[in-house]
Ligand binder design. Sequence first.
Ligand code: FE2
Ligand code: FE2
Length: 354
Amino acid sequence: MNKAKLLVVDDDRDLLDSVVMILEEEGYEVTAASGGKEALERLRLGSYDVVMSDIKMPGISGLELIQEIKAAGIETPIILMTAFVEVKTTIEAIRRNAFDFIIKPYDPQDLILAVEKAVRFNRLTMMEKDYRSSLEVTVEQRTRELNNALIIVKDLNNELLRRLTAAAECRDTDTASHLTRIGLYCRRLSEALGMSADFVDDIAFASALHDIGKIGIADGILLKPAALTKEEFEIMKSHAKIGGCMLKGSSNAKIMMAATVALRHHERWDGSGYPDGLSGEQIPLCARIVIICDQYDALMMKRPYKAPLGHGKTYEIITTGDGRTIPQHFDPEILEAFKRVALDFVDIFHSYQD
Ligand SMILES: [Fe+2]
Ligand SMILES: [Fe+2]
């Protein structure tokens, strides 16, 4: 262990010399100061393990010295040396954070014991301080590592979603822009219905996976350039159940909604949809929103077997029907909201093309 450094302050030169001598003999590195002013100067230039000071000194007194030292933020323990026992002075000294006091004329053994105690106390204080600051560094480092890990997990999440939707696109005639537009229509329509911000975010995510189940449909049917036979159409319809199966069982709100949307996006308000012919409010709200958005985009889109209809005709079919699509397929309240924001739908359609 390093030699402890002590600063001894006394205006009485003889006493000062004797204290310095006793402590140096004990192996301490001792610096002497003949008054408060000199002591403060020494403390400004270097650090000490313990300060010992006389109470009564011309100029800056021992009590004032304590005050100055504490004000400077120096935590070194201070031992006061006094020639007479004065209860008032002692109380005042303790109140001002003196570590200890000794009474002159002192027994060298008492002096040495008081110094040893103060040195030990100072070393413990320093160790605790070091430990606390190294703990703070560790906590800071761990927090940084945790944040980085979170960013990686988030990126991974997003990438998996992109790859999952891309897998569905590869197996379907639907394009990436169709999925982007569905997400935006659903967002707009949900806002018009006064849904919460969380719901709006969830449906924007979930709607992109509505046809994920098409992964499980054979190419011969999925990519058939002609109309499907009755049997083929039955197989095609199974994409809803396949998608629902793929996504069910998650505890994540977005994926839970995606599972519902995949399973229910062909159910119709009047009960004529599939896979279960649910009607009215039996159909989850998110699916009732997705079906109208999906229908709008399907009618607007150019397909190998059909020309794009344009907004006017599409709007007319959804709101008044054309025999195949009828307004009774849709939740009346959602249909009203669609009418209010239909012009935003045209904008989205034209802004997001492949
Ligand atoms: Fe579908
Ligand atoms: Fe679709």
